[in-house]
Design a protein around this ligand. Structure first.
Ligand SMILES: NC(=O)c1ccc[n+]([C@@H]2O[C@H](COP(=O)([O-])OP(=O)(O)OC[C@H]3O[C@@H](n4cnc5c(N)ncnc54)[C@H](OP(=O)(O)O)[C@@H]3O)[C@@H](O)[C@H]2O)c1
Length: 237
């Protein structure tokens, strides 16, 4: 039986993905800070594992993720869906800092534990939830778009590293557009996917061992437009 850990599984995309994986026969370890929501998951899927971890407290979080992997007697797939995002018009430092702490330091710490585990086994699958926002710097949430850019770039680096080791480790970069969760803030949202649809498409990408997937698929068009749009037009949006 395959085993997966979802970090950021208490709500939104991660919660739905934990559900989809459990329903498809995976033993799932669910991680997040909100223990009452983890307990709810455990009631729904009694064979699953739960652990309350704050990824921004990196030293503690590293040990806790190692503990969870050992409690589960190893893991095949680690999904890092934990993330925060703020519309930060006033460039408030506390919001920029929290974004960096969770989305960059927390992400890297969790990816580091997963990669060491996979490298020691010679196989595994790391899935990181980046964003369409990774493609260009965003004026309303500069730390968020930069943090997602870091995640995409970091995973590309890990993939390159792995290709030189001969290990069978898959690295999947997921770039969602808008998904209807607590995270989707602001006005003018469009092509908003349900968390269920997003989770199903992420599950399909995992099964197909994809290196990259836009969620939903049509966000590929926006991704392409964002990449090639000249700055003088981009700055007017
Ligand atoms: N929704 C969108 O439109 C959208 C678009 C592109 C990308 N994304 C990305 O998708 C991922 C999931 O977000 P979502 O939309 O599902 O939003 P969400 O419902 O707010 O989920 C965020 C998850 O991250 C966890 N988390 C936050 N801070 C944490 C911390 N310090 N330690 C551990 N876990 C932490 C939360 O758990 P606790 O609060 O219980 O800790 C929660 O499970 C994020 O990385 C987000 O950037 C979302």
């Amino acid at each position: 039986m395959k085993k997966a850990i979802i970090i950021g599984a208490t709500s939104g995309i991660g919660k739905e993905l934990a559900r989809v994986l459990s329903q498809n026969g995976y033993v799932v370890g669910s991680v997040g800070r909100r223990i009452h929501l983890l307990n709810k998951f455990k009631m729904e899927f009694p064979d699953g594992f739960i652990k309350s971890i704050d990824v921004s407290k990196t030293s503690e979080a590293i040990n806790q993720l190692k503990e969870l992997i050992s409690e589960m007697n190893g893991v095949d797939i680690v999904v890092i869906s934990s993330g925060v995002g703020f519309i930060n018009h006033d460039l408030q430092w506390d919001q920029e800092k929290e974004t960096i702490d969770v989305n960059i330091s927390g992400f890297t710490a969790m990816a580091n534990v997963a990669m060491h585990h996979f490298l020691s086994k010679g196989h595994g699958h790391l899935v990181g939830i980046s964003s369409i926002a990774a493609i260009r710097g965003d004026g309303d949430s500069p730390a968020y778009s930069a943090s997602k850019s870091f995640i995409s770039n970091y995973m590309e680096g890990l993939r390159k590293k792995v290709s030189k080791t001969g290990a069978s480790i898959i690295i999947t970069n997921i770039q969602p557009g808008f998904v209807d969760t607590a995270m989707a803030k602001g006005e003018g949202l469009f092509w908003v996917a349900s968390p269920q649809k997003a989770a199903q498409q992420i599950y399909n990408a995992i099964k197909s061992k994809k290196k990259h997937a836009y969620i939903t698929k049509r966000w590929k068009i926006i991704g392409w437009l964002m990449k090639f749009m000249p700055e003088f037009i981009y700055n007017k949006l």
